[in-house]
Design a protein around this ligand. Structure first.
Ligand code: 9J3
Ligand code: ZN
Length: 323
């Protein structure tokens, strides 16, 4: 299991500082837990009277520490912008190694603590401009988003996978926003060969919490090694990476034990992910929230599985999710 949905405040949990939404830091538990007659009496009283609000922390699930932003609605995940104002900063290719630089989009405010992060690769012959619409759209929902350029526009999927990981390493270890990121909550996305690259990245780094290949292209058709929750987005009219030889086998060869989904866009082409698209956005946001942030408030948009519609040719996946 990669992560649990709920965590109990057991004695095994170390006394780590937790950032509250007000920016005040407090510790989860004190240094020595000595028997307190008053507390013991209260607990006994609570047991008798049935006052659940007075029960010990270990008796109930802790609130999800990774949840960010207000409760979502269909409107809020379809909107062009989410609740967070977004800032951006460009990263020169001259100052980094392992990838080609890019642009970091991030929530401007530091009041909500750290965020999960996602690196996004463009496809063959393309630049970050081809996926730039995802930058502010995802960041405004509460993620740090790094749209990258690759070392050369002709790099193949395996190289793009390594570059996505180098970009995440840069983001969490050296970038100007490194302190805004929870380095344990990382994801990858990409278009076409960049989508093929996101499969490669998830295969080589199982600690990734989510992968979302968009009309992915790869010569490797089988992905039984992936344990990262993966949402594959195909396009019914794709003639460059036809779903029958790319997205569909990529999806069906993911382990059935891996949380996985296949969203086939209706009336779409290979290049649909290159312009603002609400269907891609709403399910990407939901997948990232659900698996990067463990935010089960978004499960309602993924389970039960979305039905076919004017924008969805088909949707497959496991439901309920297992991680
Ligand atoms: O990144 C892509 O758009 C891959 C599709 C492609 O042009 O492959 C041909 C080698
Ligand atoms: Zn394979």
């Amino acid at each position: 299991m990669q992560h649990s949905d709920t965590r109990s405040a057991s004695a095994a949990v170390p006394a780590v500082p937790t950032a509250s939404h007000g920016g005040v830091r407090r510790t989860r538990r004190g240094r020595g837990r000595r028997a307190n007659p008053f507390t013991a009496t209260l607990a006994a009283l609570a047991a008798v009277v049935g006052l659940s609000t007075l029960s010990a922390p270990s008796a109930q699930a802790a609130a999800n520490p990774y949840e960010r932003g207000p409760a979502p609605t269909t409107s809020s995940i379809e909107a062009l912008r989410g609740p967070y104002a977004v800032s951006e900063t460009s990263v020169s290719s001259l100052g980094v190694t392992g990838f080609g630089g890019g642009t970091i989009y991030y929530p401007t405010s530091t009041a909500d603590g750290t965020f999960g992060a996602v690196a996004i690769s463009p496809g063959y012959t393309a630049y970050q401009s081809s996926i730039s619409w995802l930058g502010a759209r995802l960041a405004s929902q509460g993620f740090v988003v790094f749209t990258i350029d690759t070392n050369t526009t002709l790099d193949q999927p395996d190289s793009r996978g390594r570059q996505l990981l180098a970009a995440l390493d840069y983001l969490t270890e050296r970038s100007s926003v490194r302190n805004r990121i929870d380095s344990g909550r990382l994801a990858v996305m990409g278009h076409s060969m960049g989508g093929g690259g996101s499969l490669e990245a998830a295969k080589s780094r199982p600690s990734l919490q989510a992968a979302i290949p968009l009309t992915p292209w790869n010569l490797d058709k089988t992905w039984p090694e992936i344990t990262t929750p993966t949402l594959i987005v195909g396009a019914d009219g794709d003639t460059i990476a036809p779903v029958a030889s790319h997205s569909e086998p990529f999806y069906t060869t993911l382990p059935s034990s891996t949380d996985r989904a296949y969203l086939e866009l209706n009336g779409a082409t290979h290049f649909t992910p290159n312009t603002s698209n609400t269907t891609i956005a709403k399910y990407s946001i939901s997948w990232l929230k659900r698996f990067v942030d463990n935010d089960t408030r978004y499960e309602q948009f993924l389970c039960p599985l979305p039905r076919a519609s004017l924008t969805i040719e088909e949707y497959r996946g496991n439901c309920p999710h297992t991680s």
